[in-house]
Design a protein. Structure first.
Ligand code: G3P
Length: 217
């Protein structure tokens, strides 16, 4: 499974990338707002840190506007992936952009039927929002499973990018279902390494090692 980090915080991205954990980055207008950064400047820096795709989202809602913004965003770097919303204009822009050789992430997906349309429009990635479905008492993971089944039935190459991930269990369940990518907030990505028995075991090994009086090397 590929890991993308869901943030526009450049320092976080630099640190996680140095750990060798990152296959890409996703941003959105809310994450840009939280970072307090200029979208062009922050996205340029992120693209220089990470080799994989960096999703930058258009904010226009009409086809022409999306295409105009996509042209500007795509010039930032070769690893830009244009993010468009799951609307008819967004799907039309997706088709046009992928036909022209761009990577496209279709975002704000909340149903398997929406994901089917995105695949038919040639999307590189489809982003179903697990957490926001769970917030409404709809099983977000079930939607991921349905999309996996549909894409496998017809051999669609669109990658399932599990988004709106809130917990480490979301990551595990998405991986078990076979989502291609998880975009994970930095804190959740760091939490994946944690287990109390790992800490306890390490403490015990170190205590016993001290008793031997030895050192390696
Ligand atoms: O990148 C979009 C998505 O991951 C947003 O997550 O937590 O705002 O629902 P959230």
């Amino acid at each position: 499974m590929k890991f993308f980090v869901d943030t526009a915080e450049v320092d976080e991205i630099r640190e996680l990338n140095a750990l060798g954990l990152l296959d890409g980055v996703t941003t959105n207008p809310s994450l840009i707002m939280k970072s307090g950064r200029d979208i062009m400047e922050a996205t340029r820096e992120i693209c220089a840190i990470v080799d994989g795709p960096v999703s930058a989202e258009v904010t226009a809602v009409d086809f022409d506007g999306m295409m105009g913004e996509a042209e500007i965003l795509s010039k930032i770097a070769d690893n830009i992936c244009i993010k468009v919303p799951l609307t008819f204009d967004g799907l039309k822009a997706c088709k046009a952009l992928t036909s022209a050789g761009h990577k496209v992430n279709v975002t704000l997906c909340f149903s398997a039927n929406q994901a089917l349309l995105a695949a038919k429009a040639g999307a590189t990635f489809i982003s179903p929002f697990i957490g926001r479905l769970d917030d409404m008492a709809i099983d977000g993971m079930e939607v991921i499973a349905e999309i996996r089944k549909i894409y496998d039935n017809y051999g669609y190459a669109t990658e399932i990018l599990a988004a709106s991930i809130r917990t480490v269990n979301h990551v595990k369940e998405a991986a078990l279902i076979g989502a291609d990518v998880a975009t994970v907030p930095p804190a959740t990505l760091r939490a994946l390494v944690k287990h109390p028995l790992t800490d306890k075991g390490l403490d015990a090994f170190l205590a016993d090692w001290q008793k031997t009086g030895q050192r390696i090397g």
